[in-house]
Design a protein around this ligand. Structure first.
Ligand code: SF4
Ligand code: SF4
Length: 171
């Protein structure tokens, strides 16, 4: 069963994919509605809901972002990974990195460092991985396209977005 009844969250990735299709139009409308709201109040509400929801979701039983998304990689990330993996920075580049329009990303999906839904370089993972799903950041309203993209991938984003609709009485 897809709904976790204890905490009232939707955690089943297949069910989330189905709901994403069903709610596509409504989410576009909700995005337009949010654009008319006070950005600071929305940030405050999203950050509060995010703390509540992310504390109830165990990423080590999910790993979906590491299967579906390629994180942005900085020079500092490469330096840290080279130390962690005991490889030269050039070797890390050759083995793990691709360049797209001048920006660096991991090249493999699922991520080469994901094993049984867990990150094998967790303490040395890239900054973009640490920050994902970015719901703690300010300017939520100006990042809505990215949020809606991640809504279909990440149960934290999905549940925060749905809770936000409820709290704003957006039926
Ligand atoms: S480095 Fe770790 S957290 Fe980042 S994408 Fe790979 S497995 Fe996921
Ligand atoms: S951040 Fe989201 S998609 Fe990634 S492991 Fe956690 S719940 Fe899953």
């Amino acid at each position: 069963m897809s709904i976790n009844k204890n905490i009232g969250l939707e955690l089943d990735l297949e069910k989330i994919e189905e709901l994403v299709k069903l709610r596509e139009d409504k989410n576009i409308e909700f995005r337009a509605f949010l654009k008319g709201q006070d950005p600071d109040k929305i940030d405050e509400t999203v950050q509060r809901i995010n703390i509540e929801i992310s504390s109830q979701i165990d990423c080590t039983t999910c790993g979906n972002c590491c299967m579906k998304l390629k994180p942005f990689i900085t020079e500092q990330d490469i330096k840290i990974l080279s130390q962690r993996l005991n490889l030269s920075q050039q070797q890390v580049m050759d083995d793990y990195i691709e360049i797209d329009e001048g920006d660096q990303y991991f090249k493999n999906l699922p991520c080469s460092f994901l094993k049984e839904k867990k990150c094998t370089v967790y303490n040395d993972r890239p900054e973009d991985c640490r920050s994902f799903p970015h719901m703690h950041k300010r300017n939520f309203i100006s990042r809505l396209w990215g949020v809606i993209e991640n809504y279909s991938i990440c149960p934290i984003v999905f549940n925060v977005f749905e809770r936000l609709k409820t709290e704003l009485n957006y039926i």
